[in-house]
Design a protein around this ligand. Sequence first.
Ligand code: HPA
Length: 233
Amino acid sequence: MSIHIGAEKGQIAEKVLLAGDPLRARAIAERFLEDVFEYNSIRGMYGYTGSYMGKKVSVQGSGMGIPSISIYAHELINEYDVKTLIRVGTCGSLQENVKIKDIVIAMGACTDSAINHHRFGGMDYAPLADYQLLTKAVDLAKLARLRSHVGNILSSDQFYHHDAENWKTWADYGVLAVEMESSALYTLAAHFGVKALTILTVSDHLITKEFASAEERQGSFMDMARIALDLDL
Ligand code: HPA
């Protein structure tokens, strides 16, 4: 057992999908995994292990924001020997051509968080996805005929930004979408020598102000979860 995860050693697979919403982690486990058991319910941050196409895989809730995902990623890697972490989440689009329900595969993650600034003594680190996972995910999205985009995202500390126009600077530099976790996931994966990738579906659009309906969110979320599960098979 680690501080925030109630599993025994060996109960978590080497490959873990991370969903911000723990109920989404549960929904993925119920929909796709066989022989599932719940290894964590501490803080309601559910974690499940089961088998997908005969391979052991886990799905863990990771919460909202960089501090929360950092705790789960750190413990999964260092206490449970997890080697591959795939975040499946939602994002807000910053570009006209990145539409509601589209998939964004994050090659890199910018951030407005101060954590890496402290970590690197005021210098800027460029957190990147694992290249093999990235290219495989791109291929799988194409095979599944899903509209997908590959590029840079923003991991912001703020959902409700005090400057409502702030995202435009990132958009001007080609950043595709905003979420709140991946720069930490990529940084920790690099630090501890494991693989990480973030795959997102667009749930809202900062230019058009559209939102995906609950059914649209559910459908594209499961399409994305399948890509994450099929990775590395
Ligand atoms: N901002 C930040 N995180 C998000 C958003 C957003 O608009 N949509 C989904 N996650």
